[in-house]
Ligand binder design. Structure first.
Ligand SMILES: [Zn+2]
Length: 467
């Protein structure tokens, strides 16, 4: 596989430090509000990268943090008259509701800044010992001028940087790009003990500290949105490489923005759509499909029309899969097309899919391979019958490849099951638990009468619409 590395600005062959094992870090959300479609893009993109590496037989250690203390969290908590911790706790729960809906796998670890204070303080102490820090009236700063490679990711020319940037933060800074590692306590703000007095960490240091704690000095892949290249990722490099004296990240990957009328979707611009609100109009799977239809480095223009088109595209795949699954439930007829021909088609699809994914995670090409299978099989089915073995093979490859993209065309979302049916199923489970089998049977019959199948599986009770 090749991946575009922003450090070298070239597509590079991807290899891990340890054969068969990838260490990935992705900058996660600041938990003060619901996340919008633009925020969702990196979560979906890097989840897909992870899934593909796992599909290729690798083990993936995946870390995505929660920034649970910063100005936004403090201000919102004040507005809502609750503690920062209560706000963060609630928003992390909301994050998981949307992330689960979008089928984003749980990270190996989801560290929170407030749970990593010791790691953060340790790293600042190392930087201090090595002479990279200085103290001003409002906090401890990192002196970027002391780190020779500063700017290597963003390729900025700091010599010409505007004096304004210095003034914007603290006039006493030695270089305009110097940034705060530890902010001294302000009245009414949460604070932690440290060798420099009570305070809280700056934003950048938490990611460097968490990378070190959970993944070690060198990680294979670090991902985030393009807006994080500068200053966030540039500062992460400076902190980590100055402290650890090792290469921090081997492949830097950044995804493009989601735009609305050619402007980046952002809370500050007010032009955003939260995933939660959109999920009331479109299934989560449509939102994920929409996002992955584009190559991750390209900008996506968000319009309702494009979402509707994505919904139609996704429905075509869903109908295809449910048709195959329906045919498999029918009596087998004499096949009029050879199994070998269909096997060959499946193999070609898999190869085209992998070629797309191997080329810098080109999910657009990967979808094209799936759509081409849908088209070819549909046209074959118009004039031929398939053996069950062949139907199964086509369905299996479809499900396997889509699962790499985090999508399940046969998924039945809970919204599709009417609430009275769900309630009866719930009552039936309780009745079974209470060993009231007569009641459980009665409820089962009632559910069946209303057109639903009840299957007790190892994963719990499954409700499916009867054909
Ligand atoms: Zn970060």
């Amino acid at each position: 596989m090749h991946l575009f590395n922003d450090l070298t600005r070239t597509k590079e062959k991807l290899t891990p430090q340890v054969e068969g094992e990838y260490k990935i870090y992705v900058c996660g959300p600041t938990v003060y509000d619901f996340f919008h479609l633009g925020n969702a893009r990196p979560f979906i993109v890097y989840d897909t990268l992870r899934r593909y590496l796992e599909y290729r037989g690798n083990k993936v250690l995946y870390v995505q943090n929660f920034t649970d203390i910063d100005d936004k969290v403090i201000n919102r908590a004040k507005e809502e008259n609750i503690s920062c911790q209560e706000l963060a706790e609630a928003m992390i729960a909301e994050y998981f509701t949307d992330a689960d809906g979008l089928n984003i796998k749980r990270a190996t670890v989801h560290p929170r800044a407030t749970e990593c204070m010791d790691d953060i303080i340790d790293m600042i102490r190392v930087l201090e010992d090595k002479g990279y820090t200085y103290v001003l009236d409002d906090g401890v700063y990192f002196e970027t001028g002391k780190y020779a490679d500063y700017g290597k990711l963003s390729k900025r020319d700091f010599a010409g940087q505007e004096e304004q940037e210095r003034v914007k933060h603290n006039e006493a800074k030695r270089n305009p790009s110097d940034f705060v590692l530890w902010k001294f306590k302000k009245e009414g703000e949460p604070a932690w003990e440290s060798p420099w007095g009570e305070g809280r960490p700056g934003w950048h240091i938490e990611c460097s500290a968490m990378n070190k704690r959970f993944l070690g000095d060198t990680v294979d892949i670090h991902g985030g949105g393009q807006d994080l290249i500068f200053p966030h990722h540039e500062n992460e490099i400076a902190q980590s490489e100055a402290a650890n004296e090792k290469t921090f990240v081997r492949y830097w990957v950044h995804n493009g923005f989601v735009n609305v009328d050619n402007e980046k979707m952002a809370k500050s611009e007010g032009n955003f759509f939260t995933v939660r609100d959109l999920s009331k109009q479109y299934p989560y799977s449509v939102l994920r499909f929409f996002m992955l239809q584009a190559h991750y480095r390209m900008p996506i223009n968000f319009t309702k029309e494009l979402l509707d088109a994505a919904e139609n595209g996704w429905k075509r795949i869903q109908n295809f899969a449910s048709n195959l699954s329906f045919l498999l439930g029918q009596e087998e007829k004499t096949a009029t097309i050879a199994d070998a021909d269909l096997s060959e088609l499946c193999e070609r699809t898999k190869q085209a899919f992998e070629e797309g994914m191997n080329d810098d995670l080109n999910t657009a090409d990967a979808f094209a391979a799936v759509f081409s299978l849908v088209r070819e099989v549909n046209s074959l089915l118009a004039g031929h019958t398939f053996s069950h073995k062949a139907l199964r093979e086509v369905l299996d490859i479809t499900l396997l490849l889509l699962d790499v993209l985090g999508l399940d065309p046969l998924e039945k979302t809970e919204e599709e099951i009417p609430s009275d049916i769900l309630q009866m199923a719930e009552e039936r489970s309780l009745a079974k638990k209470a060993r009231d089998f007569a009641k459980a049977d009665r409820l089962r019959e009632e559910i069946i009468k209303r057109g639903w199948r009840v299957d007790d599986t190892a994963d719990g009770t499954r409700l499916t619409r009867s054909e």
